[in-house]
Ligand binder design. Structure first.
Ligand code: GTP
Ligand code: MG
Length: 230
């Protein structure tokens, strides 16, 4: 696939980033890969620089700004018309990229969200705590109410879109609320979202960066602002 940019936003992923980049390259050899290092404090940047792969772009800055900000840098720096976002820890297997972008190639949709909770999806044992499942359900339901389309897994880190739609949506959220923001703004602007079932795995190495308490307060407030004041 030529006209494809893969965006990998990462924060402290020195033990995972190389494997994820290589798996992406193997799956979609002709795609551009844009790694956005969001102020990592470990050796993520050195690992990527040492890879010396063709068509691999590194965007790097300090300090850490949040995943939403990083994804936006990936969208702006990715030069191709179709883009996909892949988490750096390969929990969403990069091998499933062709299926993820298919609805866009078939002109059935502008935006694809993967889902761990629809027919055809699987979740590896031990990869999701009960607390995370509940949080996901709450965020997805709240987002669905605000955007008027039933979405089952808004927080999954494996999505595809056209660059045109995303530039129009103009994401402003710097933190983890960027995913519901995309959903709300997409529906406001008339873009279609479809869901794609995924086989979710355990994180390769390292720890989660998600702080449920922090996100639980900030995200709903940001979404209400997005819904009613934009
Ligand atoms: N750019 C950027 N990326 C981040 C930040 N926090 C997390 N990420 C990336 O976002 C992805 C998801 O974050 P994780 O910490 O894996 O969250 P999670 O998958 O819900 O939690 P685990 O199941 O423990 O992996 C990973 O690729 C991270 O590297 C951040 O502050 N900035
Ligand atoms: Mg993860």
């Amino acid at each position: 696939m030529k006209n494809l940019s893969i965006i990998i936003a990462c924060y402290n992923e020195q033990d995972n980033i190389e494997e994820t980049v290589l798996r992406v390259r193997k799956t979609v050899p002709e795609a551009e890969i844009v790694v956005v290092d969001d102020g990592s404090k470990d050796k993520t940047v050195d690992v990527v620089k040492n890879m010396k792969l063709k068509n691999l772009k590194l965007v790097s800055y300090q300090p850490n700004m949040g995943k939403g900000y990083a994804i936006k840098q990936g969208i702006i720096n990715g030069k191709e018309e179709i883009q996909a976002q892949v988490d750096a820890d390969s929990q969403f297997p990069p091998e499933e990229l062709p299926g993820l972008i298919k609805p866009i190639l078939d002109k059935k949709s502008d935006i694809v969200f993967c889902s761990r909770f629809i027919k055809g999806a699987t979740v590896e044992k031990g990869s999701l705590t009960r607390m995370r499942r509940v949080a996901n359900f709450v965020v997805s339901s709240f987002t669905s109410l605000l955007c008027g389309q039933w979405l089952t897994d808004v927080n999954a880190g494996f999505k595809a879109w056209t660059k045109k739609a995303m530039m129009d949506i103009d994401m402003r959220c710097p933190h983890f609320g960027y995913e519901p923001e995309i959903a709300i703004m997409a529906r406001k602007k008339g873009y279609k979202i479809v869901e794609f079932p995924i086989n979710y795995k355990r994180r390769l190495e390292g720890n989660t960066n998600v702080n449920l308490w922090r996100e639980g307060v900030i995200i709903p407030l940001f979404l209400l602002k997005t819904k009613f004041f934009r």
